[in-house]
Design a protein around this ligand. Structure first.
Ligand SMILES: *Cc1c(COP(=O)(O)O)cnc(C)c1O
Length: 339
């Protein structure tokens, strides 16, 4: 099977850039959901902890449990199964979900400021606070999520305006219901870097930390370096004569005599099949034909091939985003920390 190299120097470089912007390492909550964007949950948790990161964000309680030893605070985005841990906080995504938690559970309330995906609406704030109090939950924060922080539209500004109103109302309600020191957060990677003077309590940073944030040129932030690179090994080679074809559907036809080799990275491992007939590696080596389940063929005879070292680039060939390229990588691929 192919294997992954995780570049620690690049990861720390990215965290340095993020820390400069949040002004303190305490304000960075590293998003480690979906196997740390395909990088490897425990590998990235351990590196983050070595760097000094104290907060993490995950999707499930199971993920939270796996990385508990590395952090002081873990926010679970969408799971109502409570694990025994003082460190874990749970997201309230709707009024209905409040009663799923039991007395004493630490929660954070998500408010919908325009994305219309999860979270309560502004008009439900009062009812939410009242229910949370009634069930006896410990409300620690109110937060929101941006739909378009990485796009040049007015949406980011309008959600910020809405969240400002939410903050004011929530602060009043917090006083009324006795939730002291309520925290607020709204930023993912792209949003964090749009604030010229970031002053929220925390930023939930994913893609920027992994060095694969893609932004329009006017929003671009310099200096990030991809953490993950993927290597595959040769299974076999053959001489191909001009006019011979390769792979399923025989979609690749050689325009000259050449050597073709087959490598152990296929769509079953997370190589997006939409790259078929439309991808060259960073070293300019051409993918020949369709991606198969367990392997793919390239115009090369090297024993090992760097398949990609920048998810943004390969995402272009696949017609998708770096997030999907990365999270498609299967968890049983070996991960090796270098640098
Ligand atoms: C995934 C996610 C993030 C991280 O987004 P990036 O664009 O990777 O920084 C932040 N907040 C929430 C609620 C998320 O679901």
């Amino acid at each position: 099977m192919a294997y992954i190299k995780l570049n620690k120097t690049n990861f720390f470089n990215n965290l340095n850039i993020i820390k400069e912007h949040t002004k303190s390492v305490e304000k960075i909550a590293l998003v480690l959901k979906d196997n740390a964007y395909g990088h490897g949950l425990t590998e990235m948790a351990s590196l983050a902890s070595e760097y000094g990161i104290k907060r993490a964000v995950v999707r499930t309680s199971e993920e939270a449990k796996k990385i508990e030893e590395f952090f002081e605070y873990i926010l679970v985005l969408s799971d109502t199964t409570v694990v025994k841990s003082e460190k874990v906080r749970y997201t309230i995504n709707s009024l209905n979900s409040i009663s799923k938690f039991s007395n004493g559970t630490k929660v954070e309330l998500k408010v919908d400021t325009g994305m219309h995906r999860n979270g309560i609406s502004k008009s439900e704030l009062n009812e939410a606070f009242s229910k949370i109090k009634e069930v006896g939950l410990v409300l620690e924060a109110v937060f929101t999520h941006h739909s378009s922080a990485d796009e040049l539209t007015s949406e980011w500004f309008s959600q910020n305006c809405n969240f400002k109103i939410v903050k004011e109302e929530a602060s009043k309600l917090a006083e009324e219901f006795g939730f002291t020191q309520l925290r607020f957060h709204s930023s993912n990677s792209a949003s964090l870097f749009r604030h010229s003077n970031f002053d929220e309590d925390m930023a939930r940073v994913g893609i920027a930390a992994y060095g694969c944030m893609s932004l329009p040129s006017s929003l671009r932030v310099e200096g990030f370096k991809p953490v993950l690179s993927l290597y595959a090994q040769k299974i076999s080679s053959r001489d191909l004569q001009k006019g011979q074809r390769v792979g399923y559907g025989s979609t690749y036809e050689s325009s000259r005599d050449l050597i073709i080799s087959n490598y152990n990275f296929g769509y079953g491992d997370g190589f997006l099949r939409s790259c078929s007939n439309n991808y060259s590696t960073p070293e300019g080596i051409e993918l020949a034909g369709r991606v198969s389940m367990d392997n793919s063929s390239f115009v090369s005879d090297s024993d090992e091939l760097l398949i990609f070292n920048d998810a943004i680039e390969i995402a272009k060939s696949a017609g998708t985003i770096s997030y999907e390229v990365l999270t498609s990588l299967k968890s049983d691929i070996r991960r090796e920390i270098v640098g």
